[in-house]
Write a protein that binds this ligand. Structure first.
Ligand code: 3B8
Length: 329
């Protein structure tokens, strides 16, 4: 940590706490997250760092002192022994090139990636015992999430039992399709209720419901993309997704194993063009080193896996318009 005085640490911690409380309140109480998970995580980890360096600045009401590190809400807490991390983001093909060069340097040879659409939803963990769904939980702060098992029983594409008696955990994105989102907001408007700003907030508000009957009325879906403890013989991300599909999980079939940046850039251009015609929201493309053994070797930083990166599309409306205006001028 760069040398700072106790006084500076106190000031920075106080402003971090205010900001984190506001973000957590928006996320937990209003289902209207104001920032991406990893922006929240960066501030949260910075506060942890300051409090570790200067224990005397810890206050009892600091968000780091709360169970699960977040605003306490009514859900049962679920520990994630394997943390549900967020992903590092890049915003240009140039940065993707740098990521690829970094990977090649780390691994010592060119690597193949599994390239996937980045679904704009919220992370969901599904745990099975002997092939039965025993727990579903949200990401929370990555280390402690919320138990939403009762609600997961009402998400149609989640297999309640597997064709094999597996004891396993998979993770994916819970999302609401664009059509279901439009219908829900229409109904809410007719009932004089507030409408959701976007499908992601609608999915969060529908999954993180204390009353499962509310979730039942909402059309939630999932795309499963991670096998936390894949069985022997599954050594590639692409293969893991195919096998999870065979087991009945809803996976996104657009994923492709690509070896060169040119192919990856073509994939990005293809789905930038197709984005509006998809029946669900995406906010980018995810590149993952396909070889799961290399993923294991590279591991994670405190916040994000080293072996994957999310390329984010520019925000749909304002960014494009601004860009056009600039170019027109
Ligand atoms: N939104 C997504 O469509 C999507 C998200 C993630 C993650 O958040 C994610 C987080 C991890 F720590 C590890 C792998 C991941 O893979 C992922 N893959 C995806 N396709």
């Amino acid at each position: 940590m760069a040398e700072i005085t106790l006084d500076e640490a106190k000031k920075e911690a106080a402003s971090l706490r205010t900001q984190l409380n506001e973000w957590a309140d928006a996320y937990y109480s209003k289902d209207a997250p104001e920032v991406e998970d990893n922006v929240y995580d960066q501030s949260y980890n910075r506060l942890l760092e300051l409090e570790k360096e200067f224990p005397e600045i810890v206050t009892p009401d600091s968000i780091t002192q709360r169970v699960g590190g977040q605003i306490d809400n009514d859900f049962t807490k679920v520990e994630h022994p394997i943390p549900m991390l967020s992903m590092g983001d890049v915003f240009s093909k140039e940065e993707l090139k740098e990521f690829d060069q970094r990977m090649q340097k780390l691994v010592g040879h060119p690597v193949e990636y599994n390239v996937e659409l980045k679904i704009d939803g919220l992370s969901l963990s599904l745990e099975y015992e002997n092939g039965k769904l025993v727990r579903a939980s949200t990401r929370g702060n990555g280390y402690v999430g919320e138990d939403v098992t009762a609600n997961a029983h009402y998400i149609a594409d989640i297999p309640q039992t597997l064709p094999e008696p597996l004891t396993t955990e998979v993770r994916g994105e819970c999302y609401m399709g664009k059509e279901a989102f439009a219908k829900l907001n229409e109904e809410r408007e007719e009932q004089g209720l507030s409408v959701f700003a976007n499908p992601r907030n609608a999915a969060a508000g529908s999954l993180r419901q204390l009353d499962p009957k509310v979730t039942k009325k909402r059309q939630l879906s999932t795309f499963i993309y991670t096998w936390v403890n894949p069985p022997e013989g599954i050594t590639s991300q692409h293969q893991a997704i195919e096998r999870m599909h065979e087991l009945g999980f809803h996976t996104n079939e657009t994923g492709r194993k690509l070896a060169t940046l040119d192919e990856i850039f073509d994939f990005i251009d293809e789905y930038t063009a197709k984005r509006n015609s998809l029946t669900y929201g995406i906010d980018g493309i995810v590149l993952k080193i396909d070889d799961l053994n290399i993923e294991q070797e590279l591991g994670n930083t405190v916040k994000v896996p080293r072996w994957e990166i999310a390329y984010k599309f520019p925000p749909e409306e304002q960014e494009t318009i601004v860009r056009d205006i600039v170019w027109t001028v």
